[in-house]
Write a new protein. Structure first.
Length: 241
């Protein structure tokens, strides 16, 4: 990579301009791998933040980016896919146009798809958004949290933990924790089995912080939870006759 192109890369990252310029460089053979991963991470983070704000009311639950030789495919996971698509697919076309212009993709170089969340009771992002709207609607903190907790546990989760912190009732800020079931905190299984989401609620008296953690069940098919069992899970076979 020439000195000029290296300088262009630095300015692109520095000013946060069109990341597709940086993505074009990543396709070259001599590109630094570190730059490639940073560029991909910045692209994912900015896109995720934009969709989270835009589709908050439609149960946005994350996204997946698939890069193919022909185009980049972005799969939006949401609980209400009908609202994400819009009337006759108008809204998804508008979002595609915005993403294409922002990241300088070529014509038909990016495609957005909407995918329905299999079980919203096991999605921490969906439950954090649900709790956020309940609190913004004026529902009491305890009632809102216990409602979400019960809904999650009814959807076959192994455990759930909700932490709400801020000025809950009085002027003094405090933290409240609601727990049910089984929850692991450390090690690699915690990364595999625990789905976590954090949200902020902007109320008149101040900002409340919400953290929802859901312990997913083991599912051999990999649809409802990880397909790999926990390492401390012991299976005792029946004795042979």
């Amino acid at each position: 990579v020439s000195t000029q192109s290296t300088w262009e890369m630095k300015t692109t990252v520095k000013h946060g301009e069109h990341l597709a310029v940086l993505n074009n460089y990543t396709m070259a053979k001599n590109i630094n791998k570190k730059r490639k991963f940073v560029a991909d991470g910045v692209f994912y983070a900015e896109l995720n933040d934009f969709l989270r704000r835009e589709l908050a009311e439609d149960g946005y639950s994350g996204l997946e980016v698939r890069v193919t030789p022909q185009r980049t495919e972005i799969i939006i996971r949401a609980t209400r896919t009908k609202e994400v698509l819009g009337e006759k697919g108008q809204r998804i076309r508008e979002l595609t146009s915005v993403v294409q212009k922002r990241f300088n993709f070529p014509e038909a170089g990016v495609e957005l798809y909407a995918e329905r969340v299999q079980n919203r009771g096991l999605s921490a992002i969906a439950q954090a958004e649900s709790l956020r709207y309940k609190l913004m609607g004026g529902l009491a903190v305890r009632r809102a949290c216990y409602g979400v907790l019960r809904f999650v546990m009814d959807n076959n989760a192994k455990g759930c933990e909700i932490i709400v912190s801020g000025k809950l009732r009085a002027q003094r800020a405090k933290s409240m924790k609601f727990k049910d079931g089984y929850m692991i905190k450390s090690g690699h299984p915690a990364q595999m089995f625990v789905d976590t989401a954090t949200r902020h609620v902007y109320l008149r008296q101040g900002v409340l912080g919400i953290k929802v953690s859901i312990m997913l069940p083991y599912d051999p098919s990999g649809k409802m939870g990880p397909s790999v069992p926990q390492p401390d899970h012991v299976i005792i076979p029946n004795p042979k006759e």
